[in-house]
Design a protein around this ligand. Structure first.
Ligand code: PEP
Length: 245
């Protein structure tokens, strides 16, 4: 899978223009392609991409089902737009909006209950990598929000390993660092759910992945694609990354 994360970029008209470019360019991709857009774009972009190989993701959803939560957008509302995926646990949500493992656990459950497939982000910050604590951090993130799920529900999750020090910084994990962590994540999934589920789990790499380094990252055995921020905002770059998968 190659998934884009537009973050808080592009107004509606600009988003429609980008989705239209992608619709025309991504006609027969060799992998699953998803674009994550702001909430207000979802219905229009999902309608525009209906019948194409490109699926649409929200970048978040509420941790509550419905009711008096002014400004929030529920998983059910997201699904009603035609979006099929939901990015959850992005480091920006964890850091700036204080999303804890427990909150994310609730969001994952609501997404699944409403037929959305979570793209769940995990990864360590710079200080944790420098202290060689990346494995324990990632393990705690999986255990805190996902490992209570049944094997059937876990099978609907796509994982995205995103070292926070590599997001939007131009610093990319080396292919070796990415492969080491992806293999470790897969071993944790195997311990919890067995080898078959682990082999079937899609684990994306995210963090300054671009059209120049994608092929080298994707060549690793345990790297099943990418979650792409900045480079997903330019159709030619995003398409080159899809071609690298
Ligand atoms: C992201 O935010 O998910 C991401 C990977 O961003 P970038 O590609 O810009 O580092």
């Amino acid at each position: 899978m190659v998934a884009g994360n537009w973050k808080m970029n592009k107004n509606l008209q600009e988003g429609v223009a980008l989705a239209t470019e992608l619709k025309n360019m991504v006609t027969n991709p060799a992998c699953k392609v998803v674009i994550g857009t702001p909430f207000i774009h979802l219905a229009t972009v999902a309608e525009l991409l209906k019948g194409t190989p490109i699926e649409v993701a929200a970048e978040n959803c509420a941790d509550k089902e419905k009711g008096a939560f002014t400004g929030e957008v529920s998983a059910e509302m997201v699904r009603s737009t035609g979006a099929t995926y939901c990015i959850l646990g992005h480091s920006e949500r964890r850091a700036y909006y204080h999303e804890t493992a427990a909150i994310l656990k609730d969001k994952v459950e609501l997404a699944l209950q409403n037929g959305l497939k979570p793209i769940f982000c995990i990864g360590e910050v710079k200080e944790e990598r420098e202290a060689n604590r990346q494995n324990e951090v990632v393990k705690a993130q999986l255990e805190g929000s996902l490992f209570h799920l049944s094997a059937e529900d876990f099978g609907k999750i796509t994982l995205a390993y995103e070292p926070v020090w590599a997001i939007g910084t131009g610093l990319t994990a080396t292919p070796q660092q990415a492969e080491e962590m992806h293999a470790y994540i897969r071993s944790l999934v195997a311990e919890r759910y067995g080898k078959q589920v682990a082999d079937d789990t899609t684990i994306l790499y995210g963090g300054s992945c671009n059209e120049k380094n994608a092929a080298e990252l994707f060549a690793n055995e345990d790297v099943d694609g990418g979650l792409i921020g900045g480079a997903s905002l330019i159709a030619e770059k995003f398409c080159a990354i899809i071609a690298a998968r």
